[in-house]
Design a protein around this ligand. Structure first.
Ligand SMILES: C[C@H](O)[C@H](O)[C@H]1CNC2=NC(N)=NC(=O)C2=N1
Length: 112
């Protein structure tokens, strides 16, 4: 269990600050399997998880949905046979917030 996953998520406001380069560098150490991608100018955290079949991919998708609902912070989820791609970013600030790193860490914890 990473220290990051234990942090509390903040209510995401339109004027919330994006993470700084220093914060990204520090947080990434706790979620090393995640990539930072940029789409339409928006920085996002992304990781693909693999599973033996579609049923287990779907069950994982539900677990991620549950932690998203609990935090009121939601990912993009692509669920395929044997694979789920999870992408976190903060819609309101069109970029990365600490919440995204916290929830990526929580996502790792429900992957097994
Ligand atoms: C009204 C609701 O609380 C907000 O729209 C929440 C819902 N989930 C969210 N999820 C993400 N990733 N970013 C947001 O800005 C966001 N806002």
């Amino acid at each position: 269990m990473s220290e990051l996953s234990q942090h509390a998520c903040e209510a995401c406001k339109i004027d919330a600050p994006r993470v700084t380069e220093e914060e990204i560098s520090a947080y990434r150490k706790q979620i090393p399997e995640w990539q930072i991608v940029e789409r339409d100018g928006i920085m996002q955290l992304e990781r693909a998880f693999t599973f033996p079949d579609f049923k287990q991919a779907l069950a994982f998708t539900q677990r991620v949905g549950d932690i998203a609902e609990e935090a009121d912070h939601h990912p993009a989820l692509l669920t395929e046979w044997g694979k789920v791609t999870v992408t976190w970013w903060s819609h309101k600030i069109k970029g990365l917030h600490k919440n995204d790193f916290i929830l990526a860490a929580r996502t790792d914890e429900v992957a097994t």
